[in-house]
Every structure is written in C-alpha cells, then in structure tokens.
Ligand binder design. Structure first.
Ligand code: 6R9
Length: 647
C-alpha cells in the first residue's frame, strides 16, 4: 500500500459480508474476462417474464453506436419491486417514511405499496396513459412519489421526475422536451418547516405547455391551490374509485423505464434515457453488494427522488431487493442539526448514505449534536455526489460511525444508472478521499487529452472501456447528442467528463469535472445554463460563469457579468440578478458571487478564457499561467483588482 492513510477491512465485517476480498478478486476477474458468462448468471437476480438468451450487444463505434443488454428478455420493473415480494415479505415494511415534522412518520408494507401502485396504475390508464407515454412527476419526498414512479413502470409509461426545487421554466422545458401529456404534482411541498408552492409552479409551467392536458394533484399540506376544470384532478379522488388489481405490463428489456434530465456543457439539459432490464439488474446488484444489504435491515439514502441517486438507491435497487428503504421528506438541519442522527435512532437505521456537502455542513455545527445520539444501529456509511475531502471523510468515520462503520465512497453519474467505482465493505481497504476500485464488469481507464491510454499510477481523463448493464442508452430524442457528448471526445470509449488519478495500488481518486459542469452541493450545474439565464436579463450584455472552491458546497457559483452600456452596477442589481437566476432555473443555481466585469478576457479569436476566470475566482490570480493569447491584458488586471473571493 502506498503512503496514504489506509483503513483495513475489519475482520468481523469481512466475515459477515456478501463479498470478501478473495471473492471480489475472483468475481471481478471473471466479470471483465467473460462478461457474457458473468452477466448471463447475474441477470437472473431479476424476475423475467420471458427469459433472455442474448446478453450483451454493444458497439461504442460512433458510426454504429448501440447498447443493448438482455435484449430478448421481457419483464416489468414494478413487479420486480413489489409482486415478487408478496409471498415472502408482503407484511414487511417497504417504505419507512419520515416527515419533515419529527412527529410525522409512517410505515408502508410491500402489500400496501403493491395495492397503491396498482390503483394508481389504473388511474393512469383511465386518464389515457399508454405504454411509452411520458409522465412528468414533480412531487416532494412523499410516498406518492414512489407510487407514481412505480405505477408508470407498471403500465409501461416512461417517468420523468423533475426535482421539486426547479423553477416553473425549468419544469416547462422538461415537459416540452419529452412531450409529456400529464404532470403529477402536489399542492405544496414541506421542507424545513417551509412550504414549496409546487402546484403554483406547475400552473405557471403548464401555461406554456399546451399539449400537456392533465394534472394530478396530491394533497400534502392542504394549502389553497387553484384547480383548473377539465385539466386538474385530486389524486385522492381518483384513487377512491380505482381497482387495486392491475397486472404489470410485459416490457422488453430495452423498453425505456425513465428519463432524467441532467446538466451538461451546453445550455440545454439532456434527457438521460434508461431502459428496463439492464438497469434493474445493475440497480439491484449494486445495492446489495455495495451496501452489503441483508434482509430486514433498515437502509436510508438521504437523496431526493428528483436525482438519479433517489431513483436507483431509494427506489429501484432497494425495492427490487425487498429492502426497508427510508424516505425522508425534510432537511438535515430542521428542527435542528441533529435531525439525521435522531432519525437514525428513531428507526434503528443500519445503513446510511448521504452527500459530502451535508457532512461538511453538519461538521461545522460541532460533534456534540452527533454525540448526544446513540447511532448504535449503524453499521455502514456511504457517500455520493462529489469528491469527499479526507477531513470530512475522517469526521464522518470517527464522529458519526464511531470508527466502527466502513464508508463506501461511491462514484457514479446519472448516465451510469448505478455505482461504478466503490469499495465493497467486506473486500476493500479504504483510503479517505478515494472511491477505490471498480465494481464488477466496470473497466475504468485514464487517457491523456490526445486519447492515449495511460498505465500505472497516473492522472488523466476518466473513461470506461466497455459497457455495463445500467448504462444510459441515449439522450431522449437526440441520439446524435448522445454520441457527441460521450463517445466522440475519445473514440470508442465512454467519456465521463471527470478527471481522475490512479495511485500505485490501482485506487481511483476522482478530481472533479474537466468540462464546463460544476458540482454545487452534489448537484450538477452547467455553467452555460447559468450564463444563458443571466444574459436573458434585459440589463446584462454578457456573462461567464465558473466554479470556485466553497467550504460547504464543494463548489460555489461565480459569475462575471458585463452590463449593457448605460446600466449602473449597483448592489440592488446584484441582488436582482441572483433572484432572477433562482426564478429562471431554481435555487440550486443561485450565483454565490457576482463580479461586475467591464469586459471578459478573450482570445484574439473571441473565445472567453475560462481558465483565467477560474483562477481569479479561486483567488489564485498569481498563477494565471500563459496569458499571451489575450486580446487585451488590461481586462485581466481589472478583474483581479476587483475580485470577489479574497478568502
Ligand atoms: C450519482 C451522481 C455525477 C458527477 C460525477 C462526478 C461527481 C459523483 C462522486 C463524484 C467524486 C464521488 N461525483 N459521485 N465525484 N466522488 N463519489 O451524483 O450523479 O448528479 O449525475 O453527478 O458527480 O463529477 O461526474 P450526477
């Protein structure tokens, strides 16, 4: 082992785990030397209606790009999450729901969830939803979100979940992009004691979506909302009349299961499309092995179902495995910053999976808030969403896990469907800050900017050499963009957009995005999206947005704004622009710092030199590097002189 700190697998953990070191090595070796045989065997962990005979049909060649897994098999995802468990654990809790208010929680059994999903599937059918139709879901973290998603899967409709923090405009764009004809929302959401006007936002969005003709509204808070005759229906009214008998639709392995929009390097979010068979195999397998899940354990992933982590590791993976999955409506610091650990004690949570930004925020509140809780039920911790700095890792390990619980730092993406690089708790010695080693069937590779494959201990662009079953299949409605974005930078390989270091032990250390995507509190934000929101303001002439290091968020949003001639750069305008971006995209896109830029640094050919803007934003203006291609060097002097981040 190399010089970094290493935390060895505790022997008791290895003994009790599904996978120990020897098993990992043997299984991994087979998974990459004989993928067909490996996945033929592991594909069986899912219930198929018609078994597959084909395993993997993949070409990463841009001329003929296709990705198909278990192609001739048929199945239904909701049947795998519900029906298959009724005989063995129908009365076991499926979803353990904890409300925003600490006095509100409920347990829903597999049998109850099966009935609710079947009813809502019948509701969808009665509203005219058919196989292949797109259904937009804009719900808070309430059980109805799971019901709606699984009901779509049951009838073969494609769900597109839009995070409740997105603005009416963002919601409208996502409804329009996939031509969805129905939206499921709630009167209001509840987070940290505050109400989120979901129905009001949906109304505003629907005003610009004429082909979306139906809106189903879940009553969550009872707040007053307008209901439009003929378009809007109360969820609970529709459910009253619905039958709880709805046979699951027989879907082909490659039929779409869901679309999930994610930010890229251009202004327009991409509709990442996942299909049914491979995704379900990969979601359930990674959930069982990465979290070493054992029957009866309480598993809690704190993500929102609006993100891929919520899709795969609150819903599909755990439910396919018959797990008890905890769903939390609230936030980490309400009523106080001890809430996570209170919930852990209240429900005897065994496995806890959260994001580094939450850990850093709680770390700042001090140990006492953690230490006053027991947490003795915990046995495994997880991290996802961004690189975890070793300091936060060690705090999580020592303070939250009492040095007893291994931490799985799981690297993956919306596009990958499930975890690709991760420790397995019984098999992998840990190094704080490293996502460690690849999961079964995953072949990471590092390449330089010219595409040359780098061997040994090195650093480069992270690519994946071959397909795995959970991989996205296309960008909805734009297959060329799929090929362009992921398979053309480095021919014949899937390019992740991340930079990465590999150490002498073969451990992977993700260093962050190498494209124009920034990671704010574990959420992906395209700088181009924020820029186009800014320039949509009537007083803004030009804008450039970069990320800068932020203690809690990981990265903060730093915007350089050039105003139209004659506009005054005032404090009011600065606030107005922040509000404007919040309204245009959503609170997660709020600029943290806005610097007035009389001009932006450009090359003689007019390209904005973002490298320089990043350095100034990071307060590293003494390391600007080569500035000889600048059209006007005085521009940079002005920006350095008036920089906003002097931390
Ligand atoms: C699951 C999810 C994906 C991007 C990814 C990378 C960053 C995620 C990470 C991590 C370092 C980890 N990322 N997990 N970086 N270590 N354990 O977050 O999906 O929202 O699509 O973001 O997040 O940069 O490329 P998504």
């Amino acid at each position: 082992m190399s010089e970094e700190m290493v935390i060895a697998v505790p022997e008791a953990v290895a003994r009790a785990a599904h996978i120990d070191r020897a098993k990992y090595q043997a299984m991994y070796a087979r998974s990459v030397s004989d993928p067909e045989g490996f996945w033929a065997e592991h594909g069986k962990r899912i219930d198929w209606i018609k078994p597959y005979s084909k395993i993997k049909e993949v070409s990463y060649d841009a001329e003929d790009l296709h990705i198909r897994w278990f192609h001739d098999g048929t199945l239904n995802a909701s049947a795998n999450c519900l029906d298959r468990h009724l005989a063995t654990r129908g009365d076991q809790t499926a979803i353990l729901w904890e409300g925003d208010d600490p006095n509100e929680s409920k347990a829903i059994t597999y049998r109850e969830l099966h009935a609710e999903v079947s009813k809502f599937a019948n509701v969808l059918k009665a509203l005219g939803v058919e196989k292949g139709d797109r259904v937009t879901i804009y719900l808070p973290m309430i059980p109805e979100a799971a019901v709606a998603m699984l009901a779509c899967a049951r009838v073969g409709a494609i769900h597109s979940v839009v995070f409740g923090g997105f603005s009416p405009d963002s919601l409208a764009n996502r409804i329009q992009d996939c031509d969805s004809t129905i939206v499921i929302t709630a009167d209001e959401g509840l987070r940290g004691g505050r109400k989120v006007p979901l129905k009001k936002n949906a109304d505003a969005a629907l005003a610009s979506c004429p082909s979306c003709k139906t809106c189903v509204v879940v009553r969550r808070t009872g707040g007053a909302v307008e209901m439009k005759d003929g378009r809007d229906h109360w969820y609970h009214d529709l459910m009253l009349a619905a039958s709880a008998d709805c046979p699951p639709a027989e879907m082909r392995a490659e039929d779409p299961l869901f679309i999930l929009y994610t930010s890229g390097s251009t202004g327009k979010p991409k509709g990442v499309l996942h299909t049914t068979g491979g995704y379900m195999v990969y979601a359930s397998m990674t959930h069982e092995y990465v979290f070493d899940y054992k029957p009866g354990e309480v598993y809690w992933c704190t993500a929102d179902v609006g993100w891929v982590t919520g899709h795969t590791y609150i819903l599909y993976g755990p439910l396919a495995n018959g797990a008890i999955t905890l769903m939390f409506e609230g936030v980490p610091n309400y009523p106080d910053a001890s809430r996570f650990w209170q919930v852990v004690d209240k429900h005897d949570v065994n496995i806890f999976y959260t994001a580094p930004t939450a850990i850093r925020a709680l770390m700042r509140e001090g140990e006492e808030l953690v230490k006053k809780t027991s947490r003795k039920s915990l046995r495994l911790l997880g991290s996802v969403g961004e690189p975890i700095n070793p300091e936060a890792w060690l705090w999580y390990h020592r303070v939250v896990g009492d040095e007893r619980c291994p931490i799985v730092d799981t690297w993956w993406q919306t596009e990958t469907g499930g975890i690709l690089i991760t420790p397995l708790p019984g098999a992998t010695d840990l190094k704080p800050g490293s996502a460690t080693l690849p999961f079964f069937g995953v072949k990471p590779m590092l390449v330089d900017n010219d595409g040359n494959v780098l061997e040994g201990a090195t650093e480069g662009n992270l690519c994946i050499a071959d397909s795995w079953p959970g991989q996205m299949r296309t960008v909805y409605g734009d297959h060329d963009r799929f090929i362009q974005t992921y398979f053309s930078t480095f021919k014949g390989r899937y390019f992740t957009g991340d930079g990465c270091r590999r150490d002498a032990d073969g451990y992977y250390w993700i260093t962050g995005r190498v494209d124009d995507v920034i990671n704010v509190s574990g959420h992906r934000m395209g700088t181009a999206e924020v820029e186009s929101a800014l320039v949509a303001h009537s007083k803004v002439a030009e804008a450039a947005v970069v990320g800068y290091p932020h203690d809690i968020k990981g990265q903060g949003i730093y915007a350089y704004v050039t105003l139209n001639v004659g506009e005054e750069p005032t404090e009011e305008l600065r606030k107005e622009l922040v509000q404007w971006v919040r309204r245009e995209i959503g609170p997660i896109a709020s600029p943290d710092l806005i610097q007035w830029a009389p001009a932006l640094p450009k090359t003689r050919s007019g390209k904005i030199m973002r490298r320089i803007l990043r350095k100034i934003a990071a307060n590293e203006h003494d390391q600007l590097g080569d500035t000889s291609t600048l059209a006007d060097p005085a521009v940079v002097d002005d920006l350095v002189g008036n920089r906003m981040n002097r931390a």
